[in-house]
Design a protein around this ligand. Sequence first.
Ligand SMILES: [Zn+2]
Length: 431
Amino acid sequence: MYQKRKQGFKPFPELVEPFSSEEPWKIEDTNTLQLPSNGAVDHRRRWMAVPLDPSGRPVSRHELAHVAWSPPHLPRVRFDARVLAVVEDARINRGLDVIGIPVYLDQEMCAHVRLLAARDAKRNDTFAMVARATASIGTNLESDLTGSLGGEGCAGQFALECVVEVRAALERAEARSAEGIAPFKSGVRIARTLARKLQAEGLLDSRGRAKSSIETGCCALGHGEDEGDEGACDRGAAGAAHPGEMEIVRAPMPVRLRSLRGAGRSFRAATEGSVVRSLTRWPTDKAIFRRRRSGHGGASVLVDTSGSMSIEVSDLDRLLLATPAGARVAIYSATRRSGELRIIAHRNRRALAADLEPYGRANVVDVPALEWLAKQPGPRLWVSDGKVTGIGDQPSEPVTARVAEICRSARIERVATLEVAADRAKARQRS
Ligand SMILES: [Zn+2]
């Protein structure tokens, strides 16, 4: 059975599962699967997905610990199942630490989770702040995340309090147990106490559900709350293969864009023309004529203003200040299913700062937004971190492929920040 695994780094759940079985586990690589999370396990189907490279080691450890110590199904509880899931994560992470193989996330993963945590705080999603920090208990991220909660006001203080209480309760349960690992039963009890605290704070409704957006693929270790549930395999969510509906709107544009005319920049040197400007260029590039610039800085800029970009209205306002007349600028973002592309600068006019607020926090409409950009005059710039999604704000292979194709065929250049886009716009104007 074990000889089947020729490739390196694959975990062996067979070695740790409490009841041995003849049937081998199926291991898949989350690097190629496009799941919304980087680790998942389904006990019943004997299926596990983890990143199959050395950096995936902490994820593999964590998932293996679920196989060894978590029940195949998390029991039904009378409160949001995510509360139990994150406490369970904390319990097994601490257990791994006790047996000397702690979950140690590399710098890249830490940075990613920190970004997600910052986004929770920005969205005022207190439940997500609590959940993410709780799931990090027992990992090298714990002190990092709890440290930053201190700077997040009342919500941060509350989340910090929750994490401290969960950890203290786990410590007490560990002290009582023979192996130093808190039993699952204690985990359920701790989760119930946490749920009560969240409910008292108004973070859970009368049915015990949280109105939070934190979901599969968002917990501190980047894996889902419903692992072990049926359907873990198909968690790509069928809808994610499709982009959401997008509306194109034009913001009112009462403000004039700065013009570079009069600064001697409305003409350029050319090798053909009727007005000779500079005979001294003859020996070099022969561009002795002057020609009027066409388009006048006619770049088209599309800005992704979804949550992960953390773009402030003031940043956009600065981009518009640097945008020369003739450019076209649009922003786009979405809610879970649909989005909006808003044109905020066109020809020589621009929108007011008040009209630069993003429509939503999600991507979802990257494909139609880029299709719009492809039809605008070039050069075409796309300001984005490159994380594209479809319906439900989930990444998917078809969406990623379509985006790559549009960018290639329309010669769209992606830049990571607004600063780079502003520099490009200025440089083009000068050339
Ligand atoms: Zn887990």
